[in-house]
Design a protein around this ligand. Structure first.
Ligand SMILES: [Zn+2]
Length: 117
């Protein structure tokens, strides 16, 4: 666990991650599988208004590969102000599913089409 976090910090400092500084090392780091393409465990951007991953895949820190899921605020707005049934593990579930099956459970376009962000 400590080794995993140390390795991620080294990879961040080495500039291997393609993302802005707002992406952070997720909780339960060891539960996130490494990316099959770049080998890095993802960093996550989890704010009221968005939830996405970043690894070493992509062109640069503004244009990179991400796995997405719905943000807490989007969920609350769609559910009449309630956070009930909000799955705080959903981004990790979506990430690990993509790693092991090559399928995005919630592609960005689909989320937006469904009024989720
Ligand atoms: Zn990657």
């Amino acid at each position: 666990m400590i080794e995993i976090i140390r390795d991620i910090k080294i990879d961040i400092l080495s500039g291997k991650y393609k993302c802005i500084d707002s992406y952070k090392i997720p909780k339960n780091t060891e539960s996130w599988s490494p990316c099959p393409n770049c080998g890095l465990r993802p960093l996550v951007w989890e704010f009221d208004n968005g939830r996405a991953t970043a690894c070493g895949c992509g062109k640069n820190k503004y244009d990179h590969f991400s796995i997405w899921t719905e943000s807490i605020m989007s969920h609350v707005k769609r559910n009449g102000g309630s956070a009930l049934n909000y799955n705080s593990d959903k981004l990790m579930i979506n990430w690990n599913y993509w790693v092991h099956n090559g399928i995005e459970l919630e592609p960005r376009e689909q989320l937006l089409k469904e009024g989720k962000w």
